[in-house]
Design a binder for this molecule. Structure first.
Ligand code: 13P
Length: 266
């Protein structure tokens, strides 16, 4: 995100920094609405940065109501790929939009690893989200074994190509990509800025090869042990446009510090 306009946090590329707190499976209704309020208050004076929080399904509507007309948007952590039907237990993207979501995370590595979600499902989910007017945050990232085997870029390319398959340029323009190396999630071991930048630059180039008009504006978030004290160095890289934050988004104090550190001009 280098080459910033010194008067704002928006880069000369026009990519606004974006930070999303992924609350995963945490939070009662009371805890979620309280945290949302604290985040809203904490970022209220910030300009030129996009902020979202992703509560559990059960808290989405209450959090969206609490954040209504404010600067913080609501994301869901997953969605189904059908719009309606006999699919017990699933949640359609249209229902998420109706509940107040603007974004939806798809293909998170925890879903890929723990729920067996495949690349093809991620594509169906992202396209269903777009149909419903949501902006998908498409997650990609390699495991430690894949990194150690030198397969990082190949794995990311396969996940990315599959996720974007069948999309029109206008669809890609509404997507965000999150690079989340699996070995860095919840481990306290973040990718170095150089490691993140290598993959982010690769993602942008790969998107540019298929969607030349959309790649420059595409926001690519980094996720994996993002903390207030490491976000600035990550954001200093040209192709790191924001963060998808897990553990450190569970208190407003640390999440707001990440947003401030990551979006102030330098
Ligand atoms: P942590 O920030 O807890 O490593 O989680 C990252 C993540 O999975 C965000 O989606």
């Amino acid at each position: 995100m280098a080459a910033q306009d010194p008067t704002t946090s928006t880069t000369t590329t026009g990519r606004r920094p974006f930070f999303c707190g992924n609350w995963k499976l945490f939070g009662t209704l009371a805890e979620s609405t309280t945290l949302a309020t604290e985040v809203r208050n904490g970022v209220a004076t910030l300009r030129d940065v996009d902020v979202a929080v992703a509560p559990s399904f059960t808290a989405i509507h209450a959090v969206a109501k609490r954040l209504e007309d404010g600067p913080v948007a609501v994301a869901a952590q997953d969605c189904f790929w059908e719009d309606k039907g006999a699919f017990t237990g699933e949640v359609a993207p249209g229902q998420l939009a109706d509940a107040g979501c603007r974004y939806v995370i798809v293909g998170h590595s925890e879903r890929r690893q723990l729920m067996g979600e495949l690349d093809a499902a991620v594509n169906l989910k992202a396209r269903a989200a777009l149909r419903a007017g949501l902006q998908p945050i498409v997650c990609v990232g390699e495991t430690l074994a894949e990194r150690d085997a030198g397969e990082t870029l190949g794995r990311v390319q396969a996940q990315l190509d599959a996720a974007l398959a069948g999309m029109a340029p206008a669809d890609v323009a509404r997507c965000l990509i999150a690079y989340e190396p699996v070995w860095a999630i919840g481990t306290g071991r973040n990718a170095t800025p150089a490691q993140a930048e290598e993959v982010h630059r690769f993602i942008r180039a790969r998107v540019a090869a298929q969607f030349p008009g959309e790649a420059a504006a595409l926001r690519i978030l980094y996720g994996g042990s993002v903390k207030p004290d490491n976000i600035r160095a990550l954001m200093a890289e040209d192709d790191v446009d924001g963060g998808l934050v897990g553990g450190a988004s569970l208190t407003a104090e640390s999440f707001v510090r990440i947003v401030k550190e990551g979006s102030r001009p330098w």
